[in-house]
Ligand binder design. Structure first.
Ligand SMILES: [Fe+2]
Length: 180
């Protein structure tokens, strides 16, 4: 039987109960790639018939992690941002996402300003998942019709996060769902 959403949820629960740290999350990332190789799953949750929007597929009542389907019609470039005290895993379902991982060049002393440098650039193609551990800064760039599944350690709307303006160096507090 193909690896389905229920199995993925069960495996997320098992992995994150055993180890909520980076190793447990890496298991989730690998399992998300397995889920995305299931064509029926991709068709049902991310296929052409699925209306545009952000959909919560699952939220764990105890561990608090979320599984979200980002059904995008329009291309978008996000600013560099973090995921606060959480982590995020992005798994590509359709089209692709160009990822840039950033690091701060400044010493972090000024909470309102930062200087970032790109340290890693790569493309997530369908079936591939990338992981962004606590405090990692990344930006995303995807074309029309790019759809992906995102797993986060908690509901990101409930925690403080920041985004960075590359032109001015300003650090801005993020509002819910402002960027992914
Ligand atoms: Fe993100």
């Amino acid at each position: 039987m193909a690896y389905d959403l229920d199995q993925f949820i069960a495996d997320c629960r098992a992995a994150l109960s055993r180890d909520p740290g980076p190793a447990g999350r890496e298991t989730v990332r690998v399992n998300l790639e397995r889920l995305l190789s299931n064509r029926d799953f991709v068709q049902r949750y991310c296929g052409d018939d699925v209306p545009q929007g952000l959909k919560l597929l699952y939220e764990d009542p105890g561990l608090k992690f979320q599984i979200l389907a980002h059904i995008n019609d329009k291309a978008r470039v996000s600013p560099p941002h973090d995921h606060g005290d959480s982590w995020a895993i992005y798994g590509q379902a359709t089209k692709y996402t160009d990822m840039i991982e950033w690091e701060r060049e400044d010493d972090g002393a000024d909470p309102a300003h930062a200087k970032l440098k790109p340290v890693k650039k790569y493309r997530l193609n369908p079936g591939h998942a990338g992981i962004y551990q606590d405090g990692k800064i990344h930006s995303i760039d995807y074309p029309d019709g790019a759809r992906f599944i995102r797993v986060t350690g908690t509901n990101l709307d409930n925690i403080d996060r920041v985004r960075f303006d590359l032109k001015t160096g300003e650090v801005h507090r993020m509002t819910p769902q402002q960027a992914t």
